[in-house]
Design a protein around this ligand. Sequence first.
Ligand SMILES: Cc1cc2nc3c(=O)[nH]c(=O)nc-3n(C[C@H](O)[C@H](O)[C@H](O)COP(=O)(O)OP(=O)(O)OC[C@H]3O[C@@H](n4cnc5c(N)ncnc54)[C@H](O)[C@@H]3O)c2cc1C
Length: 397
Amino acid sequence: MGGGIGGCALALSLHAAGITDVVVHEAADGVRELGVGINVLPHAMRELDELGVAAQVAAVAVETSELSYHNRFGQQIWLEPRGLAAGYRWPQLSVHRGALLSVLHDEAEHRLGERRFHYSSRVEADDLEHLEGDVIVACDGVHSALRSLAAPAEGPPLWNGVTMWRGTTVAEPFLGGRRMIMAGVLAHRMVIYPICDLPDGRQLVNWVAEVRTEDGRPMPRQDWNATVDVTEPLRYFDAFRFDWLDVPSLIEQSEQILCYPMVDRDPLTTWRHGRLTLLGDAAHPMYPVGSNGASQAIIDARVLARELRLRSDISEALQAYEGQRLPATAAVVLANRRAGPERSMELVAERAPNGFERLEDVISHDELVAIAADYKRTAGFDPATLNDRPSLSVPDA
Ligand SMILES: Cc1cc2nc3c(=O)[nH]c(=O)nc-3n(C[C@H](O)[C@H](O)[C@H](O)COP(=O)(O)OP(=O)(O)OC[C@H]3O[C@@H](n4cnc5c(N)ncnc54)[C@H](O)[C@@H]3O)c2cc1C
């Protein structure tokens, strides 16, 4: 249940594994192109490629070929190639969440049949016993209604005090038009990347402004669609005027500003409750650090479909899925709490709060390389391992 990124990826993965008796219960009344930008990293692009939908996603996305980290003065701390430019066999795509969802949903509906998608069909924990099916997979996002069955003692998602404002702005390409940038520190930073090339040569640029507000401001509503006035994020980023990008102007020209708290949950010891398991944000909501949320949901879907197909015993299949995916995603949740690959920005700010003359006096190249490589290993997208590992597709499905 849940027809978001994870639910649609699961529907596609089950179909590809030869499991076609699938029903998706989605609370919304249809597919809505909600949200702003999202990233699909090479480890998830491999799965979308093997599901035969990579080209459709690429057609509505921007291929990100570089990532750079900067301090709050715009000084560059780190620059690395991404996707194909970094030697992966699959690209990194930056895309509007709604466009990604539409591709996954349309293809899943086409392959499985329209009647498999039930809209305005919200499932609550009490409904579990009435739901038909050998397996129930909760793909119902960070506010999962069914997660409480696997984790009865758990409270609401945990807020780290950071408020995130998100928007998209039509703008001229910056730094070559294929670059994702981050500037500042987790408590006060901007994340900016293009998600769509427009016919007139401009781009739709996604931005996220993140601030740990110290003014006793209450946690924003956990509503993906909550909008606020532009002055809210603007006042924190007035100084972010770099010679390569004018951040306040990007924020000002945004049509709509969405506001959401930065939340996650502690990793669980199990995702299972009888025939129920969890997937995606329902299983392992994580801070949007390292661009991994959607990618990990897509990989969950592929592993679960594979295990369900390869094992005759459903309980063993759910156990095998959890055995692979729970520890792997728990490591990402915890790494993201420590700022993940973006830890280098925190270290540079601590050591040189007023900027630097020479970066090498502040942090060594080896330290920067180690931070970036560590996170890729933790999140499962170390290039050599990803390129060489066997496929998750089920042979002759
Ligand atoms: C409206 C929306 C906008 C978002 N915007 C962004 C964004 O701009 N950038 C970003 O990085 N991430 C965004 N996210 C989160 C992002 O999609 C996820 O972090 C990630 O893709 C993992 O996907 P998921 O399928 O696990 O969860 P989600 O994509 O959150 O999907 C969960 C789905 O379950 C449905 N659902 C919820 N409760 C029930 C229920 N009780 N019964 C049935 N269905 C239910 C929801 O309507 C939704 O379709 C957004 C999520 C939503 C729902």
